[in-house]
Structures are given as C-alpha cells and as structure tokens.
Design a protein around this ligand. Structure first.
Ligand SMILES: Cc1cc2nc3c(=O)[nH]c(=O)nc-3n(C[C@H](O)[C@H](O)[C@H](O)COP(=O)(O)OP(=O)(O)OC[C@H]3O[C@@H](n4cnc5c(N)ncnc54)[C@H](O)[C@@H]3O)c2cc1C
Length: 539
C-alpha cells in the first residue's frame, strides 16, 4: 500500500510540541521502529525560549508563535481574542509559562466515567510520575526518574510571599503541592525548569535523543495533508522551502498538531463535518461531525492595581535598578528575575461554598499586566495583577476552516462566557481577587484599581467588564475529543473513529478541560498512548 512513496517511516508524527516530543522519544527508544517527527516551526535555538523571562517576548514572536486570533466573539462584545501557540520544537511548551500542574483527580475520573476506559486518575497517575523528575524527591504522587524536570521557582521576588500572605489572610488555605493529595489552596507553583532554564518537552524528551539513528526530525515543514487510501492513513504531504514532499507511513500516522491545528489538518485531509468540507470544496473521505467541535478554554480576567513600592517588574528606573543585580544572578547562580515565569505564585480556590472542588485558578503577577503583556504602556506603570480563571467552563466553541489552503489560519470561535453559569462564576472570581487585594500585606501597598476600576461594582457592571476584557489563559482543548458519542473523534486508544492507522495525540483529545494548566496533562496523554502504540506493534 505504501510502496508508491519514495521514503517511508514506521511512524510519522505531525507536530513537535508537548505531545509530539514525548511520542518521538518513546516510539524511537527501542531502536526497532523508524520514526519521523515533522514540525512546522524552526529548531528551538532562540535564547528567548531558554531564558524563562523570554516568555514575555515570545508572546509577540512571529517566528516562534502562531499568534492566532479568534473571533470576533459574539459572547465577548464582538472582540477578537489573542490565542498564542508555540511554533517550534517543543511547541507551546517552548513558549509557555512553565507551571507544572496536573489538574484534579476528579477530572480524570470524569473522563473515565464518560466511558473512556483506562483514563481514571489511578490509571494516569503512573504516567505523571514516570514522565517527571521531581526535584523535591519521590513520594506517592511524584516520580524522580522521568525527563521532565520539575523545580521550585527561583526568582525570589518578595512580592510573591506578600501575595500568598494576603490570600491566606483573605481566608484561603495554604498549599505547598498543588499536584499532591489536595489541589485546593494558595502557594508557589512548581515550574518545568532545570537549573533556572526552561525545560520544554523538546529539551526533556527530544534533544537528548537526537542522535538516535532511527529518529528523523524535520523542521520548518508545514504538513498540508494526511494521505488516506480506503479509509487508512498511508502517509503525509508537507511543504518545505517551497517544495512539496510526500512520506509513507508503514505503521501509523500520529497527529499531534495541537487543539487548533489537529482538527484543521483532519478537515484539510477530508475528515470532518460534511457541511464544513462541502463549504470549502474538500472531498469528504470520512464524515466525523465532531472534528473541531467541543472547543474548551479557561476564560480568564485580570484585576490590576497600582502599587506604591518598586520591588516588582516595571519599565521604570527605580524598579529596573532593583532588578538589575537580580538579572545578573541568572549568569552566576541560575537564579533571579530572568528565571521568572512571571506567574510564580497563585492557587486554586472555591468561589463559593457550593463548589465541591476548586473552580477558580489564580495567578499572581508582579506587574501591571494587560493584553497578555503586549500593552507596553501598562508596563511603564507600577502595578500588580491577579489573573482569575474559570476551571471548568460550560461554554463551548469550535475550530472550522477559512478555506482549503493549508497555510490559512484555523477559524477559531471560543464562545467563552456564552454559558450563564460561566458568567456567574467569573463575576465571583473578580470579587475573590479583590478580597485578596484588600488584605495586608499587599493591601498596604496597592492604591487605585486600574481594571476593572473602582466604579465597576454591580454584577451587571462586572459582567460587562468581562465581556469587554476577559481573555484566554492558553489552554484550548477538546476539538478531537475522546469518546463514543456522535461528537467524539477518537476512541480511548486515541484512534480516529472510522480511519485505520491514524491517531490524534495531543491536548485536543481531552473530552473536558482539566482543572489547571494543560502541559503536564498533554505530556501524560502522549506517554500513556505511546505505550499503547508500542504494544499494538510489538511482534
Ligand atoms: C503562552 C502560553 C502559556 C502557557 N502556559 C502554560 C503553563 O504555564 N503550564 C502549562 O501546563 N501549560 C501552559 N500552556 C499550555 C500548554 O503549553 C499546552 O496545553 C501544551 O503545550 C499543548 O501541547 P500540544 O502537544 O497539544 O500542542 P503544542 O505543544 O502546541 O504542539 C503542536 C505543534 O504542532 C506544530 N504544528 C501545528 N500545525 C502543524 C502542521 N500543519 N505541520 C507541522 N507541524 C504543525 C506546532 O508548530 C507545534 O509545535 C501555555 C500555553 C501557551 C501558548
């Protein structure tokens, strides 16, 4: 079947992101299989990736970030919303904020209870443990033998201790390990860093293995199509330096292009909702109405206050003078402000007594943050901020196509805040963030509220503020969801329904978004399915 291709591999992985790097490592480890990983972006050689504070600049990088915009969003007063995604080896794990969070036990038990056998918390915990090296040492929840280094944050900006104390004074419990027995509470996040530098999925799983003879990595190559014959994936077509190349897959094609690009590529390959494919004159190979549906994202809003001290990040002479020695420490002690993931402390809280588990995540920011750090004017002000994001949104969006040309962006509609329950919780979220700001020690140093603003007090006004200002916290999932219902795209082995030799393995398969950041869960998903793929092809 694949003999018409000039070049074949056993496994072709599309996308060298969080999932793709794990798969490349695990599938090539035995030396028995020929593995090819194809990434649209360049190699991960930019220092902006490896120096953690580079995250601020990566938000604007045309070379390393897809810089998508969704919308205009009807549910958000017709605004477009910024959706950054990594475009380099490591994918979004090379541009993310490095927080190591798994979500709640109940998230995975919910996946299992939806009918996805093998995805309960007890099933996935071994993969979280096996993929990490926890610098604190091993315990019931943490492992020390994996490639992904999990470390304490090292910037030691004093404002974070103050934030934590204010939150405790506001009545929220302290927590030293959000990935342990209890997620609830306030404290420092652990980060995917090693010696103060970013430990992306590429750095952890790919770079150490690049010399394997059976692993080929091709960068700057945009996959345009999965080649299907009689409902079987037999190869892929990509474009590199204006040349079109086709490769055959002897065993499987694995799609790991992320929650926006995986459904896009399925549709470009003729797998998806019939009406959407008809609209763009794409020949239907297999009808799957769920492709691109069920998009979920953590809606997020910022409460920003002016701040009277200078021990924060601001483009102001006094603050910069204080930060300079700390920045130098990066080169001498691998610590200081350059190791900062910006959001180093925060936590998980309940917005009301009715919530059985935390329904809100907080990220504390030592700067006057606005528009994902892209509003430079704000950074010239002394300010601090609290991100508040809804952990289990009920709103659902979609990914469709702008056209059949592969270089076009996917058409993203987040629909965040379209569900009234999401609006209710986010109104409470603003109030909880304000309660923290009202407590010492931070209360002693904050003055004017920049956002939402002192005049914004009633629920109606807060909702209007949210519609005008809320945004994402970069966790899109669900667009190729795992399950058995009519909108599911893959089964519990992540095989695409109705197509042979094709799996989707990335954040898009989550049936519901986990209650926390999504990098570690995506790495867990890839590690678990790699074992399944290897078992399928052992002979
Ligand atoms: C700014 C930002 C901050 C974040 N902060 C955190 C955090 O602190 N902690 C956390 O846990 N999570 C965080 N996340 C989320 C987390 O990083 C992602 O959920 C996770 O990396 C998703 O992994 P993935 O494998 O699904 O996709 P990705 O890692 O995005 O990988 C997809 C890869 O496929 C490539 N690709 C796409 N289309 C094609 C194509 N047609 N051909 C070839 N290659 C293609 C892309 O270039 C990319 O490299 C953040 C994300 C962002 C963007």
């Amino acid at each position: 079947m694949t003999s018409s291709f000039k070049q074949c591999y056993d496994f072709i992985i599309i996308g060298g992101g969080s999932a793709g790097c794990v798969l490349a490592d695990k599938l090539s480890a035995s030396g028995q299989h020929q593995v090819c990983l194809i990434e649209a972006g360049p190699k991960d050689s930019s220092p902006l990736i490896h120096v953690p504070l580079g995250v601020v600049e990566l938000m604007k990088s045309r070379r390393l970030n897809w810089l998508y915009n969704s919308g205009p969003e009807a549910s958000q007063n017709d605004r477009e919303i910024f959706n950054p995604r990594g475009k380099t080896l490591g994918g979004s794990s090379s541009v993310n904020a490095m927080l190591y969070i798994r979500g709640q036990k109940e998230d995975y038990d919910h996946w299992r209870d939806l009918g996805n056998e093998g995805w309960g918390y007890d099933d996935v915990l071994p993969y979280f443990k096996a993929t990490q090296h926890q610098e604190r040492g091993a315990d019931d929840y943490h492992g020390v033998d994996g490639p992904l280094n999990v470390a304490e944050s090292r910037s030691k900006l004093p404002i974070f201790d103050n934030f934590i104390q204010s939150a405790i004074n506001a009545g929220f419990p302290a927590n030293n390990d959000f990935n342990g027995e209890q997620q609830e509470g306030i404290g420092y996040f652990q980060v995917t860093q090693k010696d103060g530098k970013r430990c992306s999925a590429a750095k952890a799983f790919l770079t150490p293995n690049l010399s394997r003879k059976n692993l080929t990595v091709i960068t700057d190559a945009l996959v345009e199509k999965i080649i299907l014959q009689d409902k079987k994936a037999v190869g892929i077509r990509f474009k590199r330096k204006q040349k079109i190349v086709e490769l055959g897959a002897n065993k499987e094609v694995i799609l790991s292009a992320g929650a926006f690009n995986s459904p896009q590529l399925l549709m470009l390959s003729g797998v998806g909702p019939q009406a959407e494919l008809d609209k763009h004159n794409i020949t239907l190979e297999h009808q799957l109405e769920g492709v691109g549906q069920n998009l979920q994202e953590h809606v997020d809003a910022l409460v920003v206050k002016e701040y009277t001290d200078t021990d924060i990040i601001a483009y102001r002479p006094k603050a910069l003078a204080k930060l300079a020695p700390s920045a130098f420490k990066f080169f001498t002690e691998q610590s200081g402000v350059l190791t900062s993931a910006v959001a180093e402390a925060g936590g998980f809280i309940k917005t009301s007594d009715e919530a059985e588990t935390p329904d809100l995540q907080l990220h504390f920011i030592p700067a006057a943050m606005d528009d994902h750090g892209r509003n430079l004017k704000m950074l010239f002000r002394y300010g601090v901020a609290i991100h508040a994001c809804l952990l289990r949104p009920k709103s659902r969006g979609s990914v469709t196509l702008y056209g059949s040309a592969p270089h076009l962006n996917p058409n993203i509609t987040l629909n965040m805040l379209s569900h009234p329950d999401d609006q209710t919780i986010m109104i409470k979220a603003i109030k909880r963030a304000r309660e923290i700001f009202a407590q010492p020690p931070v209360a002693n140093k904050v003055t004017n509220e920049i956002f939402p603003g002192e005049g914004c007090q009633s629920d109606e006004d807060i909702l209007e503020f949210l519609k005008n200002k809320a945004s994402t916290i970069y966790h899109p999932v669900g667009t190729c969801k795992m399950g058995q219902d009519e909108l599911s795209v893959v089964d519990s082995e992540l095989k695409v329904h109705g197509i042979d030799s094709l799996r989707v393995v990335d954040a898009s398969i989550m049936p519901t978004v986990v209650s926390g950041n999504t990098n570690a869960p995506t790495i867990m998903i890839a590690a678990k399915i790699a074992d399944n793929i290897l078992a399928t092809h052992s002979n």
